[in-house]
Design a protein around this ligand. Structure first.
Ligand code: AMP
Length: 293
């Protein structure tokens, strides 16, 4: 595994494999690796000839300077874990390499970024994400880039970005990796006190309560949402939002007629956590092709 700091060096390294038609995979990360990150790297290792993991804590996507300062960083351990998985390159540029003086361009995706995380963290958050991901895709020019379902809105926004700007890359979204008790893995979990760590399991229970109701036939999103809210209230958690949204548009659904995504965000102690659960409800009685028409 080789650590690379500059775009020039990265391009020089990738020139020969690219010319030889090798499949290049990119896993963009902000480091402090956990099993969620590692699952993306393993998937890239299986699918691709050359695996590049980018490690860059992107200041542009933090809406709070304190949050940026407190973001966990452990580059030595990250390098060891990437080596164990067989990653070829960790691309870990300094901030000046990504945003040299005079940097003046923003890539912005409209619509999808207005709701949920966009509404709560402000426009600058997703603008920061889409700008840095566009840059990383241009720097690495991978055949495939891997993202986690954990950040479902981010994945939807990036699919749209790549489609709208004709960026020649396949986007693969990999399942959320969870702790044994259901808590979605996140670099931020290490900030939770033991009590808050226990309370945080309510996030997954809330999403499961909504999913179980829909799978049992509930078609009113308000009822499913109330069940999720009740689960959070039992753990004394007041969410930023809990919604059942269309998996494509991220717009809250008025009735559940197909695949939806239960999404939520909440502060547990001082730590803001997000999670989601894709729900594929069984077809309603009479709509399975056997029934009356
Ligand atoms: P981050 O370092 O938090 O920016 O995450 C880097 C990538 O890992 C993003 O595509 C995330 O969606 C993904 N990721 C983070 N947590 C998980 C998880 N628990 N399961 C699967 N993917 C994850």
């Amino acid at each position: 595994m080789k650590t690379i700091r500059t775009v020039a060096e990265l391009r020089a390294e990738l020139l020969a494999p690219r010319r030889a038609g090798r499949r290049i995979g990119l896993v963009p990360t902000m480091g402090a690796f956990h099993e969620g990150h590692l699952s993306l790297m393993r998937r890239a290792r299986r699918d691709c000839d050359v695996v590049v993991v980018s490690l860059f804590v992107n200041p542009a996507q933090f809406n709070d300077a304190g949050d940026l300062d407190a973001y966990p960083r452990d580059p030595e351990r990250d390098a060891e874990l990437a080596t164990e998985i067989g990653v070829d390159y960790v691309f870990a540029p300094l901030v000046d390499e990504v945003y040299p003086s005079g940097f003046a361009t923003t890539v912005s995706v409209a619509g999808l970024t207005d709701t949920l995380e966009g509404a709560h963290r402000g426009r600058a958050h997703f603008d920061g994400v889409t700008t840095v991901v566009t840059k990383l895709l241009n720097m690495v020019a991978p055949d495939v880039a891997y993202f986690g379902q954990k950040d479902a809105q981010q994945a939807a926004v990036i699919r749209r970005l790549v489609r709208d700007l004709d960026i020649p890359v396949a986007i693969e979204v990999c399942p959320t990796v969870r702790e044994a008790d259901g808590l979605a893995m996140s670099s931020r979990n290490m900030h939770l006190s033991p009590e808050d760590r226990a309370r945080a399991t309510a996030l997954h229970r809330a999403l499961r309560a909504a999913a179980d109701a829909v799978n049992a036939g509930e078609r009113d999103p308000c009822t499913a949402r109330e069940l999720a809210l009740a689960e959070l209230a039992r753990a004394d958690i007041e969410p930023d939002y809990v919604e059942l949204v269309s998996a494509d548009t991220l717009v809250p659904v008025r009735r559940i007629t197909g695949d939806v995504l239960a999404v939520l965000a909440a502060r547990v102690g001082g730590t803001r956590l997000i999670d989601n659960q894709p729900i594929q409800p069984p077809p309603e009685a009479g709509s399975n092709g056997n029934g009356r028409r």
